[in-house]
Design a protein around this ligand. Structure first.
Ligand code: GAL
Length: 921
C-alpha cells in the first residue's frame, strides 16, 4: 500500500517540512527531491515537487522524500536552503538506510541537491567513512557520519539544472537577480551555492535532464562536460519540445512522462558496487585469461574446461596491446571479437582489461621518452612490462587512445561485466625520476604548498643550505652523495602514489564517458611488503575493490594472507571485494618457488572469502609455455586436466558454487582493530633514523598474529578511516601523527576507547617534523609517559624484561609523567617498558620495545580483558583456528597442520581437517 505523509523534521535553522512518498513495497531505493523556483518560489504542493515525487516513487518503486527547504525571502540567503536540504538528506538516509540513496532536484533545486552531495562527499573524504551499528545491531556503513557527516549518495538526478553563475549562456537580467537575491551579490559566488564551480571528483553517477528550449540549458551541458573531465559518469537526456521548468506541466504534456521515466531509471540504476550481471547471487570464480599466447584451436578447449572447473569470469586482454594495435593506429580486433563471443556463448563473463600495462615495441621505439628513469639516471629498457612513466604526457595520450578504442568496440558487448584498468598499477614503475616526473612533482608540490616559503618550511630547508628560491630548482630525490631531505623523500612517495592514481582516474574518465553503466576496477596489491600505493586513498576511485595476493613462504605466511585480506576488506569499506589474482601453486618470482601443500589452495581462497571476497580468481587460466612466467602455476597446469592441481581447482569451483549464500554479505566488524597508515610506514622506515632495522609491517603483522593466537578477531583498518567504534585499537609504529589524528586519538580514549601504541609512535607531524618536548611527541600526554632517548639494540642483542621475555631491535628510556600510569613491564634497570594509563572509561597503553611473541601475548590478553573484549571461540580452538564472520556466516580456518575437534562449536560436528576451512552457513 502506498502512502503520502507530511512530516516536520529538525534542521540547523529550525523545522523543515517534508513529504514522504512511500511506494508500499520498497525496492531499497530512496530519493531526496528538491523543487525549483529560483531559490525564492515553490513549495511541496507544486507539480515539480508533488507530481515529480509521486511519479518517481511509483515508477522506481522507491521511497521519495520531497523537501520544503527555506526560500530566499525575508532575509534568508545561502547557505540556509542548502543546510535544509542537507539536513533532510541526513534525516532520510539515517532513518531509512536505503540500499541505494539518491538526491536530486530541478533548476535551483538541482543546485541545492548537488551542493548537498558535495558536502557528503567532502565529509566522507575527510572522515574516511566507516562502520556503525543501527538500532537492530546490524553493522552498517555510516559513511563517516560520526563527525557530523552523512552517507554519500549513490546517484544524483539533475533536472534542467541552474549550477553556474555567470550562466554560460546569453546575459539575462532575471538570472542575475536570482543570484543576487540568493547569495546577496553576484561576484565571488561560493561553489556551495553554484556547485558548477566546485571540485567534482568522487561523485556517484549523475543523470542530467535537459529541456530542449531553455536559456539555462548551457549550464546543464557544461556540467556534463565537467563531470566527464572529473571522471564522474554522467548520462544526459534532452526532452524534445520542452521548455525550462517543464516538470511543472501536467503529466500528459510533451516530454513530461519521458523525463520522469529518465529520472526514475537513473535512480533505479544507482551506483554499481559490483560487476554487472543478471541472475542469482554467487561467488565468482576464474582467472586471467591470455588467449593471445595460444593458437585459436586451443580456445574452444579452454572454454570447455573452464566450464568443467566452474569458471564464471575471466580477466581478458591484460597484456594484449601489441596484438590489438600491431602498429600505430592499425587495429586488429578480430581475434578478441572471437574470444569475447566464445566466452559469452558459454556463459562466462569478461572483466575486460584496458591493455595499457605493457606498451608495445613500436611505441617505445618511436617515443623512448615514455621510458622510466631510475634514481641513478638509468633509463629502464623495454622488454619486460610497465616500462612507462606514470607522468609521461606522451604515454598518457597513447594509453587513452587505446582505452577509447577498446571501450568503443566492446562497451556494448554482452559478455562485458567490468573494466579492469591496466594491471597492478605501480608494480614495476612506481618510482620514476625522469624529467617528466620532475615537472609533475613540482606541480604536485605547488598544489600542496602554494608558496615556496611554505615548502621551505615544510621541508626544513634551513638545514644544510637547501633553501629553494625557485620552483624550477626542485628535483625528485635522485642519487645523492649523502642523506637526503626526509620530507622531500616522504613527499616524493606521496606524489608517486598520487601520480599512478591520476593515471587510474584518467583511464576511468574515458570509460565513464563512453560506458557510464559499466563498473570500473583495478587490481590493488595489498600484500606482503608492498607499500608504495596508498590504496586506502585510491579505493574511492573504483566501483569495487579488487586485490592480488601471493603467499610469501615463512612462519607467518598464512597470518600475512589473512592480514592482507582483512585490510583489503576494510579498504573496501566492509563491502564485498574481488580477489583478482592469487596462485594455485608456485609463483616464478621468488628466490625459491614452492608449490602449495594439499589443502592450501582451498584454504587460501576461502580465507579471502572469509574476509569479504565475493570473487576468487587466479593468475592465470592456462600455464604458459613461453615467457618469463612459464614456471608460474595456473588453473590448468602443464600437467593438464589429469593433475592434482586441476582436480583441486574443480573442487574449489564446486565448493564456491555451494557458498552463494555468503555473497553480498558485508564483513562483520570485530571489537578490536589494528591501524595501518601509509604515511607512518613510509616515514618510519626512512634512513638516518635510530635504526635501519625497524620493520613497520612486521610490527603490525606481529600484533595480528597475537590476536590470532588468542583467538580474538581484529580488523586491520586504515588510520584515516573510522575506528572510533572499536573497543581496543592497536597503533603499531603510528609514527606520523598530525594534529587532527592526535585529536581523534585523544577523543577516542577520552570517550572510553582503549588504545595501545607502540614505540616510535606520535613522533612527527605531517611534515616529518618532530613534535617538541620529547617522545612520543603527539601522544606523550595521552600516554602519560615521556621518552628522552631511543635506545635501539644491535643485531643479536636482547634485553630481558621483568616477565623474563626478551626485547629485540628497539628499546627506549621511558619516564612516567602521570601518576595514573601503571607500569606493566620493566627493563632490567627498573625503567618502564610497557605502561598503561587509565582514564575515566578508556585507557592508553604503550610498549616502548619490540616484544617477542611470548611477551606480546600476555600484554594483549590483559589489555583485551580490561577493555571487555574476549574470544568468541571455545577455549580448545583458540590459537588453532582463525574465526571470521560475514553477517550470520562464520568461517573457521584451521591454522595448524593437525585436525581440530569441532565438538564444542555450535552448528558444527566432527573434525576440521589440517589446513581446512569450515563455513557455518
Ligand atoms: C602479478 C601480475 C600477473 C602475474 C602474476 C604472477 O603481479 O599481475 O600478471 O605476473 O603477478 O605472480
Amino acid at each position: 500500500m502506498s502512502s503520502i505523509e507530511d512530516v516536520t523534521i529538525h534542521g540547523p535553522h529550525g523545522p523543515i517540512p517534508i513529504r514522504v512518498y512511500d511506494p508500499g513495497e520498497p525496492s531499497g531505493a530512496a530519493l531526496l527531491w528538491a523543487h525549483g523556483g529560483g531559490f525564492r518560489h515553490g513549495d511541496l504542493d507544486m507539480r515539480e515537487s508533488d507530481m515529480v515525487a509521486a511519479e518517481i516513487s511509483r515508477r522506481a518503486g522507491a521511497l521519495v522524500v520531497a523537501v520544503g527547504y527555506r526560500l530566499a525571502v525575508g532575509g534568508v540567503r545561502h547557505p540556509v536552503p542548502v543546510d535544509d536540504v542537507h539536513a533532510a538528506w541526513q534525516w532520510m538516509t539515517g532513518k531509512y538506510q536505503p540500499v541505494t540513496a539518491g538526491i536530486g532536484g530541478a533548476s535551483a533545486g538541482a543546485a541545492l541537491a548537488l551542493a548537498s552531495a558535495l558536502r557528503s562527499r567532502d565529509e566522507n573524504e575527510r572522515d574516511g567513512g566507516g562502520w556503525d551499528e543501527n538500532e537492530r545491531g546490524d553493522v552498517v556503513r555510516d559513511g563517516g557520519a560520526r563527525d557530523g557527516g552523512g552517507r554519500a549518495p549513490d546517484t544524483i538526478l539533475l533536472a534542467y539544472p541552474f549550477l553556474h553563475f555567470p550562466n554560460p549562456g546569453p546575459y539575462e537580467h532575471g538570472v542575475e537577480e536570482m543570484v543576487r537575491n540568493y547569495v546577496g551579490r553576484i561576484s565571488d559566488v561560493p561553489a556551495d551555492a553554484f556547485p558548477g564551480h566546485a571540485r567534482l571528483e568522487g561523485l556517484p553517477p549523475v543523470h542530467v535532464l535537459l529541456s530542449e528550449n531553455d536559456h539555462l540549458r548551457p549550464s546543464g551541458e557544461l556540467i556534463v562536460r565537467q563531470l566527464h573531465e572529473a571522471g564522474v559518469a554522467a548520462t544526459v537526456f534532452v526532452a524534445a519540445g520542452t521548455a525550462h521548468g517543464h516538470l511543472n506541466r501536467p503529466l500528459e504534456d510533451t516530454g513530461v512522462a519521458e523525463s520522469l521515466e529518465f529520472l526514475a531509471a537513473g535512480l533505479a540504476r544507482g551506483r554499481r558496487r559490483w560487476i554487472r550481471r543478471d541472475g542469482p547471487p554467487r561467488i565468482e570464480f576464474g582467472a586471467d585469461y591470455n588467449p593471445e599466447q595460444w593458437p585459436p584451436e586451443t580456445w574452444p578447449e579452454d572454454v570447455r574446461l573452464m566450464r568443467e572447473a566452474g569458471v564464471t569470469v575471466v580477466s581478458l586482454g591484460i597484456f594484449s596491446w601489441a596484438r590489438l594495435e600491431p602498429a600505430e593506429g592499425q587495429w586488429d580486433f578480430g581475434w578478441l571479437d572471437e574470444v569475447m563471443d566464445l566466452l559469452h556463448s558459454h556463459g562466462i563473463l569478461v572483466d575486460l582489461a584496458t591493455p595499457t600495462a605493457s606498451p608495445p615495441p613500436w611505441l617505445t621505439r618511436r617515443h623512448p621518452e615514455i621510458l622510466p628513469v631510475d634514481r641513478h639516471g638509468h633509463t629502464v629498457g623495454p622488454g619486460a612490462r610497465q616500462h612507462w612513466r606514470p607522468t609521461s604526457p606522451v604515454f598518457r595520450e597513447h594509453a587513452l587512445r587505446l582505452v577509447r578504442a577498446v571501450a568503443t568496440r566492446y562497451g556494448g558487448h554482452p559478455a562485458l561485466t567490468a573494466w579492469h584498468i591496466s594491471n597492478e598499477l605501480g608494480c614495476h614503475n612506481v618510482y620514476d625520476f625522469s624529467d617528466d616526473a620532475a615537472v609533475a612533482f613540482r606541480s604536485w608540490l605547488r598544489d600542496r604548498y602554494r608558496t615556496l616559503d611554505a615548502l621551505n618550511h615544510a621541508w626544513g630547508t634551513a638545514f644544510w643550505s637547501q633553501r629553494y628560491g625557485d620552483w624550477a630548482e626542485i628535483l625528485p630525490p635522485r642519487l645523492l652523495g649523502g642523506a637526503g631531505n626526509p620530507t622531500q623523500a616522504l613527499d616524493f612517495k606521496r606524489f608517486s602514489s598520487d601520480a599512478l592514481r591520476d593515471h587510474l582516474r584518467a583511464e576511468r574518465a574515458v570509460l565513464r564517458e563512453l560506458t557510464p553503466d559499466v563498473p570500473v576496477t583495478t587490481n590493488f596489491m595489498v600484500a606482503g611488503p608492498i607499500n608504495e600505493m596508498d590504496y586506502a586513498d585510491w579505493a574511492s576511485g573504483v566501483d569495487f575493490v579488487a586485490n592480488d595476493h601471493y603467499v610469501r613462504p615463512g612462519p607467518q605466511a598464512r597470518d600475512e594472507l589473512s592480514f592482507s585480506a582483512n585490510l583489503t576488506g576494510n579498504i573496501a569499506g566492509g563491502r564485498p571485494w574481488f580477489l583478482m589474482e592469487h596462485s594455485t601453486g608456485a609463483v616464478n618470482w621468488q628466490p625459491v618457488n614452492v608449490p602449495k601443500r594439499r589443502g592450501e589452495l582451498a584454504r587460501d581462497s576461502l580465507t579471502h572469502v572469509a574476509h569479504g571476497a565475493d570473487g576468487v580468481c587466479f593468475f592465470q587460466w592456462r600455464q604458459s609455455r613461453a615467457g618469463a612466467e612459464k614456471y608460474h602455476s595456473a588453473m590448468l597446469p602443464h600437467g593438464g586436466v589429469s593433475s592434482a592441481v586441476f582436480r583441486d581447482v574443480a573442487d574449489l569451483g564446486a565448493r564456491l558454487a555451494a557458498l552463494s549464500a555468503v555473497s553480498g554479505l558485508s564483513r562483520t566488524r570485530a571489537s578490536a582493530a589494528i591501524l595501518v597508515d601509509a604515511d607512518s610506514w613510509w616515514a618510519a622506515e626512512q634512513d638516518s633514523h635510530p635504526t635501519s632495522r625497524l620493520d613497520y609491517r612486521g610490527e603490525a603483522l606481529n600484533w595480528y598474529s597475537t590476536f590470532l593466537d588468542l583467538g580474538v578477531r581484529a580488523d586491520v583498518v586504515p588510520a584515516g578511516g573510522d575506528w572510533s567504534g572499536y573497543r581496543l585499537v592497536v597503533a603499531p609504529i603510528l609514527h606520523v601523527v598530525p594534529q587532527r589524528l592526535r585529536d581523534r586519538l585523544e577523543n577516542y580514549v577520552h570517550g572510553g576507547g582503549h588504545l595501545l601504541a607502540t614505540y616510535f609512535s606520535g613522533t612527527v607531524d605531517e611534515n616529518d617534523h618532530l613534535w617538541p618536548g620529547g617522545y612520543p611527541g603527539a601522544l606523550r600526554d595521552l600516554l602519560g609517559v615521556r621518552v628522552e632517548e631511543f635506545a635501539p639494540l644491535l643485531d643479536g642483542e636482547t634485553v630481558t624484561l621483568s616477565d623474563g621475555t626478551a626485547a629485540t631491535v628497539w628499546t627506549e628510556r621511558v619516564t612516567v609523567t602521570d601518576p595514573a600510569v601503571e607500569v606493566l613491564l620493566t627493563y632490567p634497570d627498573g625503567g618502564p617498558a610497557v605502561t598503561r594509563r587509565a582514564l575515566r572509561a578508556g585507557s592508553a597503553a604503550y610498549t616502548s620495545c619490540v616484544l617477542p611473541a611470548d611477551g606480546r601475548k600476555p600484554v594483549l590478553d590483559d589489555l583485551l580483558r580490561r577493555a571487555g573484549v574476549s574470544s568468541e571461540l571455545p577455549v580448545a580452538l583458540r590459537g588453532r583456528v582463525e574465526p571470521a564472520v560475514r553477517g550470520p556466516v562464520w568461517f573457521l580456518i584451521n591454522r595448524t597442520d593437525e585436525p581440530v575437534d569441532l565438538a564444542d562449536v555450535d552448528g558444527a560436528t566432527g573434525e576440521l581437517p589440517a589446513r581446512g576451512v569450515v563455513v557455518l552457513l
